[in-house]
Design a protein around this ligand. Sequence first.
Ligand SMILES: Nc1ncnc2c1ncn2[C@@H]1O[C@H](COP(=O)(O)OP(=O)(O)OP(=O)(O)O)[C@@H](O)[C@H]1O
Length: 765
Amino acid sequence: MPTTQPEVVSHPEIDAEQQYVKELYARLDAARDLAERRLKQAISWPAVDPQALQERDATVRFQTERVTALDAAEAGLCVGRIDRTDDGPLYIGRIGLAADDAGGDPALVDWRAPAARPFYTATPVHPLGVARRRHIRTRGRTVVRLDDEVLTGGVAGSGLTGEAALMAALDTARTGRMTDIVRTIQAEQDRIIRADDRGVLVVQGGPGTGKTAVALHRAAYLLYTHRERLARRGLLVVGPTPTFLRYIADVLPSLGETGVLLAGLGQLRPGLDARGTESPETAAVKGRLEMVEVLERAVADRQVVPDAPREVTVDGFALRLRPIDVKRAQNAARRADRLHNLARPVFARRVVDLLTRRYAERIGLGIDGGSDLLDREDTAALRREVAEEPAVRLLVDDLWPVLTPERLLTDLFADPARVAAATPGWEDGTRALLHRPRGSGWTPADVPLLEEAEELLGFDDSAQRARAERDRRRRLAEAQETLDVLHGSRSIDLDDEHLEAEVLSAGDLISAEELAERQRALDTRTTAERAAADRTWTFGHVVVDEAQELSAMAWRLLVRRCPTRSMTAVGDLAQTGTLAGAAAWDETLRPHVGDAWRLEELTVNYRTPAEIMAVAADVLAAGGTGASAPRSVRPGTAEPWAEVTGEDGLAARAAGVVEEWAAQEGTTAVVAPAGRVAELTAAVAARVDGVSSGTDADSSQGPVVLTPTEAKGLEFDAVLVVDPQRVLDEGVRGYNDLYVALTRATQRLGVLSAGDLPAVLARLA
Ligand SMILES: Nc1ncnc2c1ncn2[C@@H]1O[C@H](COP(=O)(O)OP(=O)(O)OP(=O)(O)O)[C@@H](O)[C@H]1O
């Protein structure tokens, strides 16, 4: 797909700016050279002890990040300047660069620094000491365009910051990957980006108001402002689908930030990528907060008291365990630990003790009291015999099994009786929604349940710890051996005893412990990588995109991963597609964070042209959410249209339209009800290359065919909505789905209808 290269637009000061920008790039090159040199130096540092090793590792990591950030600043290094009424000009850019005169202004101010703020927020009415704002556009290292705004007139303008630069950015054809907006952040967005990071900040805004862009720039801002804390604790960005995460994946790296973990809900359990599908109703039930109690009961249900005595045979003797014995052992275990797996050893010990006593009685000996007293050794031997008897192990496992979250949930969902026991008071129809055969794949809605189950079960890591200790001892033994060999191979020709004492051997310089410690592979993973692998990791800040889709259980999981509740949640209640999702922010958030949340709103739509937004606004009004459509910032260049094709001609016509659009610049999407995706994908693929659909859809490669759910958060230059009536009928919130579908377009919108056009689209008739 071709992309337009901006032409050089003449301006009297373009040469002067070119000279300044050239100097900035020279500084950037110098900074990069220095960072690379330091990195190389750090890599070759001799690390003589564990501490030096750790310091080296930290320096390597720091300098690597520095080189990455400097590399990322290359494209569009300088974004503009402000001319201050009582001072010289200040240049704003992707990173800060110092000037030669350390006492004066920097050569370039990082866009996130407080000094850069007026560049985004000064207006003719509130000029904030700025006489003129200039947007500088570059291609490579060449300045191609300057857009000036004089702010001294005091006359309110359009309310937009750098309107010309903004419009140029919005009219640019899309590539299928989201780009940063550092050059053209608007004042209402800037306020949110720089907002205090305490508590949950909810950003409500209609489609195209820049919620995703703002959320990502806020992440970059917070990393800049609270670098140390966030570098240590990490920052998590949660998005709705893998396609969406791919779409936004380049933004933070382009801002020089690579340490952020991006994850879908289905990926929030380390080691699991849950992509299974299920009915919206099932997902909704799994998302209810009541599931916490359901899981608690499901766990308690696995701690079994049998109705009748159970017998095990040890060495030919039948030993009896009565229900009351089990009950007592159970009570002792529950008192010892709240968590199922951690309490289990207590239960097992009690059972084994009891059976040992019975065993001793059976063979005619008493353990505690009685005439035929066993000594401690005998008792221990009997106990071992009982404990190691497979039948005893099976019995314990039956009465109090070791459970993984996966086992708990699989067993629960596969067994209607277990579901019934865990859901007292539920209707059978609701219970049936949870039933699922063994071996079905995990879905995103299962992830919060698995994580909750893990909280209830606890993880018995004694085996893991034992393994770690064995490893440590092995390393120690190997290190000792190495030192012994070195010691043994010292020169034996030294006659002079005195001289021999002067020669230091390896063992004199380093102990076996130190050597062993040195051999331990250092953890060189980034914070994001470590966080991704550790389910107990708590983040310094969490950004949630399309937050309206999250269920109560998903919020519970996220709040657990961010106990400080420093979160940014961006979303639109008018786009909620799931049954479990939000209808009101207060109702959704209060159970998890109480009052510790606040609301900000975005009101201007930067994506969808006014003509298309007018069509979408009718659908929004009909949907009855009460939300108002955001105001479009620009008029369109093409009128939206609709066509009634009849059932037979639908797919062929869709393919024809896409073929025509695909020949033009920019990205193309077909948005259709789920039942039509396969047919449409095949029809379009027969005419155009690079077509993709579903979770692997990638509009940077060619046209995509998506459901409204899959299209959420994405945008395309041209959008063809197919069969709007079915979108309305099939979605659990059909109007919201159609609203989402229509608002994905940045330039062109077409609608193909099999039957009559839905009344709500009358504007297109
Ligand atoms: N200040 C800006 N300058 C340039 N482009 C912007 C600006 N704000 C938003 N945009 C662009 O507008 C488009 C829509 O932004 P974004 O996807 O963040 O909106 P959204 O509110 O998340 O939409 P949705 O609710 O549909 O997911 C993107 O292409 C984004 O880059």
